[in-house]
Design a protein around this ligand. Structure first.
Ligand code: SF4
Length: 223
């Protein structure tokens, strides 16, 4: 029996990257070993990857950025998602870091119900995704524990890169050279004005598949 440590589940629209605006059910996994200083989901670290204190599965749907997680069996999880949100065709597995748990069986079960699946990962875990999964890799270069696995960069349908300053643009350069055909979504760190200007100028002055990724969910104050 496969079960998952889940921090929260909620319906929303994707606020970032190439699928901005798409309605989706977000399944936020507990835990991430990368621990970026600027992480905006630090509450998924509290209690560790397996959660010191488990909460009932029903609480996961109303939690809203609190510490604590539930351990939910795969088929029960799929039933909950499809039962509660029958009209939403896309499920986004996010975190925390979803690839630190074996999400393969969950992807299969969701797909068997006809759902589209996207996974948001930092790319530090080597994971074998089925073709039908849309993979968003958000590399955390320069962060200890965040080393990018090359196979994950090759598999990415979209590379979402967080930019805070010029040094981040420099750090991204080798990635763009190594993966010239990839879609790169440049996302200003923490909606900072100067970072936004850097990203804007980059995408209008460079060639390649580039997008400016604004955190629209924060602009309209939704999750
Ligand atoms: S990789 Fe993502 S989830 Fe993990 S600590 Fe960094 S920002 Fe947070």
């Amino acid at each position: 029996m496969t079960s998952y440590y889940i921090n929260e589940i909620f319906p929303s629209v994707q606020g970032e990257g190439a699928k901005t605006g798409c309605p989706a059910v977000f399944v936020r996994f507990q835990g991430c070993s990368v621990r970026c200083p600027w992480c905006d989901t630090k509450y998924t670290w509290k209690g560790g990857a397996k959660c010191a204190s488990l909460v009932p599965a029903s609480e996961i749907f109303v939690k809203d950025r609190k510490a604590g997680c539930a351990l939910i069996e795969k088929e029960a999880l799929v039933r909950d998602i499809t039962g509660r949100y029958p009209n939403i065709p896309l499920v986004i597995l996010t975190g925390g870091e979803p690839c630190e748990q074996d999400i393969g069986p969950l992807c299969e079960s969701l797909r068997a119900r006809g759902l589209d699946i996207a996974v948001e990962t930092s790319g530090h875990v080597d994971f074998d995704f089925p073709d039908y999964v849309y993979v968003v890799v958000s590399p955390k270069l320069g962060v200890p524990n965040g080393e990018l696995v090359p196979r994950m960069a090759r598999r990415a349908d979209e590379i979402k890169y967080v930019i805070g300053n010029e040094a981040d643009l420099e750090r991204m350069k080798p990635l763009r050279v190594a993966y010239p055909d990839k879609l790169f979504c440049l996302q200003p760190k923490s909606q900072d004005k100067e970072a936004t200007r850097l990203c804007f100028e980059y995408v209008i002055n460079r060639s390649g598949k580039l997008r400016l990724s604004l955190q629209t969910e924060k602009m309209i104050d939704i999750r």
